[in-house]
Design a protein around this ligand. Sequence first.
Ligand code: NDP
Ligand code: A1CAB
Length: 268
Amino acid sequence: MLKLGLIGCGKMGGALLRGVEKALGKRELTVALSDVVPAAVDALKKGLTCEVTTGTPSQVALASDVVLLAVKPGDMQTLCKELAKVKGSRLYLSIAAGLKLADLESWLGSKQRVIRSMPNTPALVGTGAAAFSKGTSATIDDAVLAKKILGAVGTADEVSEKLLDAVTGLSGSGPAYVYTVIEALADGGVLMGLPRATALTLAAQTVAGAAQMVLETGKHPAALRDEVTSPGGTTIAGLEQLEAHGLRNSLIQAVRKATERSLQLGAK
Ligand SMILES: NC(=O)C1=CN([C@@H]2O[C@H](COP(=O)(O)OP(=O)(O)OC[C@H]3O[C@@H](n4cnc5c(N)ncnc54)[C@H](OP(=O)(O)O)[C@@H]3O)[C@@H](O)[C@H]2O)C=CC1
Ligand SMILES: O=C(O)[C@@H]1CCC=N1
């Protein structure tokens, strides 16, 4: 039985917790929730079927073996200093962008077991992509537990902490880039006469299918692209436009900027 606490019942904490419940089953976990916004706790509680308690952050910590710290980066220091007063030991799993293990540990108390992670919102539907790093007091068992929680809703790789800002810029923020691509593809379909609903389904399924091809075939994306691109055909005409308008470089720069922003969020 996993006793899981969540402090910060917002978009990412909520998506992760609902995804974990769906994957592990309601008999495998109990949940303790806390948020400064009572409506956020109520809304999340309504969507869960496992045993749920609610309370202050300290009460949640006392009730939990693992506490997901899911408040915004700017709210984390105050929260951690409050949690530092809570007796006993537990695993704190931060999902905050940018915040370094050294800072989390200094706020929570140096002996606390802390793991820094970066999930993404598709965790809600079991297709998340996450990475995590152990703090100085976290054990191998803690890493196994973090992998069990994050891995229940997608991929979860242990990486060196210095890579987590790039993970944030790529997969943490990435769903937003891809939603923009899906919306724009659908707009293109509508421009060319497709009904909106049809265009959106075709766009989303095309992105999901192409992603699945990369993951399942193991082929390089360029090789898969060549398979679609007939000489003198339609695809090369579309690709010419993407290159002319810099789609590839736009995405590279988006990951770079988001990574830099993550580093900035963690800078003192
Ligand atoms: N959204 C995403 O896709 C991802 C987000 N993250 C990280 O997850 C964290 C949360 O992001 P997100 O879910 O988008 O943010 P949200 O604002 O949706 O959720 C955070 C919630 O925590 C509440 N809160 C603030 N302070 C406290 C406190 N002391 N105790 C309890 N609750 C508190 C907030 O209330 P109020 O609104 O009043 O501040 C809010 O309801 C961030 O650190 C972010 O970097 C990581 C990966 C992806
Ligand atoms: O935009 C943000 O800062 C958060 C972190 C990664 C995704 N959303």
